[in-house]
Design a protein around this ligand. Structure first.
Ligand code: HEM
Length: 363
């Protein structure tokens, strides 16, 4: 059904009577719809599925659920019941319009109403801003896995215990609420030190002692930065991916903690992940809005993201970024509690296969 939808064909609009118009006239615009199927550890759980749906021995060893206690400094939020749901599958739809994504969800709902033995647990929506910024106003996605090494870093190549995953990858999805009240209490300079980039241009901090003027730490940025409001096509590596820093303020920033070693993308110790997140804005009846980032990342194993979120020098000792020093100098940004998890999961993403991804797992 989804393959047809990607060609603009809606099942219920196919001609069924002799005098119906031809199928070609009933086509809709697919809006570049893409569909990604993810399989969670729950599918392999014999205590949940009796009799088992798949061979439990085929579960990739690193595929687990998001810890109930959350990660070391990134905890579950309390505003939602959604985090209590667990699913066997996740499907990510991306399209040029909201309609095309919603249509795919409703077409699945219709299949279920017709007897497909599945239940829709929940739907998370989101969108990318045209200026490529997140709700904290900084550009997000400036530094990501280089295209040339991307496949090498995210693609499963070792058949190990899960030959059905060769050619696939693993997705981490974390719906992360951002507390803008906390964020806005920081001065612009503090925000820049916490992120590690210039707020307007996205240029990285230089690895030097910041100046202190009127008791405020003033961040300093790489000169000659080619960025302005938008990110140019080839800005140069030192602007995208600054070298490993030694100044403790710079090292404590989000971009340095999330990529602490700043070494080659393909070395496993460097914990590189391919991020493809996008923003969300939800209505919370009675208390206004909830907003944040649908953090979506890919890697050939799940442990990488867990390393980033648990090793102290990385993001293990802070929620987002900031200096943990018990004796901070004036103006040093504290490790602010900015993020909490509203929903999330780790998913195996099997490779494309006929007639659907993951087919061989079910044989
Ligand atoms: C609401 C949550 C988050 C926000 C608003 C956010 C925002 C940002 C921003 C503004 C940047 C700098 C732009 C860039 O270099 O791409 C960045 C970089 C990055 N973030 Fe986050 N982030 C969030 C959560 C996370 C989480 C949970 C992780 C990992 C577990 C993460 C990993 C990274 C990485 C790896 C980089 C690139 C660092 C580099 O290589 O220079 N972020 N993020």
């Amino acid at each position: 059904m989804l393959s047809s939808l990607r060609k603009g064909v809606i099942q219920d609009l196919l001609p069924t009577r002799a005098d119906d118009p031809p199928a070609s006239e009933m086509k809709v615009t697919p809006e570049n719809l893409t569909c990604l199927l993810g399989i969670s550890s729950r599918l392999f759980d014999k205590t949940v599925h009796t009799p088992p749906l798949v061979n439990a021995d085929l579960r990739p060893p690193t595929l687990v659920s998001v810890p109930i206690r959350g990660f070391r400094s990134l905890q579950w939020g309390t505003v939602s019941d959604i985090n209590k749901t667990a699913s066997d599958f996740a499907i990510q739809f991306i399209a040029d319009t909201e309609l095309a994504v919603n249509r795919a969800i409703v077409e699945i709902h219709k299949l279920i109403l017709r007897g497909l033995p599945l239940q829709l647990e929940c739907v998370f929506s989101g969108f990318q801003r045209e200026d490529r910024r997140s709700w904290i106003d900084f550009h997000d996605g400036i530094n990501n896995l280089r295209p040339a090494l991307r496949k090498q870093v995210i693609e499963v190549t070792d058949p190990g215990d899960s030959p059905w995953m060769v050619g696939g990858t693993f997705m981490t999805f974390l719906k992360i609420a951002v507390d803008l009240q906390v964020w806005q209490k920081l001065s612009r300079s503090q925000q820049e030190l916490v992120v590690g980039r210039h707020k307007l241009t996205g240029c990285p901090l230089i690895d030097d002692l910041p100046q202190v003027i009127d008791g405020q730490v003033q961040p300093q940025f790489i000169t000659g930065c080619p960025f302005s409001g938008t990110i140019p096509a080839n800005p140069g590596e030192r602007f995208l991916d600054p070298a490993k820093a030694s100044n403790r303020l710079v090292v404590a920033s989000h971009i340095h903690r999330a990529n602490f070693n700043r070494g080659d993308d393909d070395q496993s110790a460097n914990n590189r992940i391919y991020r493809q997140g996008y923003e969300f804005l939800d209505s919370v009846p009675g208390s206004g809005i909830s907003l944040g980032l649908n953090f979506v990342s890919f890697r050939k194993d799940v442990s990488t993201i867990r390393n980033i979120l648990s090793i102290a020098d990385w993001m293990g000792s802070v929620n987002f970024g900031g200096v943990t020093n018990p004796d901070p100098i004036i103006g040093e940004p504290p490790p602010i509690p900015l993020m909490s998890i509203l929903a999330g999961g780790f998913f195996a993403i099997p490779p494309a296969e006929d007639p659907y991804p993951g087919f061989s797992l079910f044989q």
